[in-house]
Write a protein of this length. Structure first.
Length: 95
């Protein structure tokens, strides 16, 4: 679970912690004994702030999911809500 303390990103180590936390969420969500509800809770990310940092983080998270994690966790594509929400956010801020 990502918390506010994970989201400060002043040095490379901070970014690595965020990346590891996101990967851990996908690892947990890929366990076979979890219900769809539990998987949705684990894969629920909230980005607070529509300023430059929040927008940049949303873009990077989307790219990380689409370009990297989808290769390791093909079920990500099945969870279209996560990717759809990020795409909608990116479209909204582009206007």
């Amino acid at each position: 679970m990502l918390t506010a303390s994970h989201c400060k990103c002043q040095v490379v180590e901070d970014a690595q912690k965020i990346r590891k936390s996101v990967i851990d969420c996908f690892e947990k969500a890929s366990l076979p004994n979890l219900s769809e509800e539990e998987k949705r809770k684990i894969l629920h990310f909230v980005i607070i702030g529509g300023g430059p940092t929040g927008v940049e983080f949303a873009v990077e998270l989307h790219d990380f999911l689409v370009e990297d994690l989808v290769k390791l966790y093909p079920a990500i594509e099945e969870n279209s809500q996560l990717l759809l929400a990020l795409r909608l956010f990116l479209l909204f801020i582009a206007q």
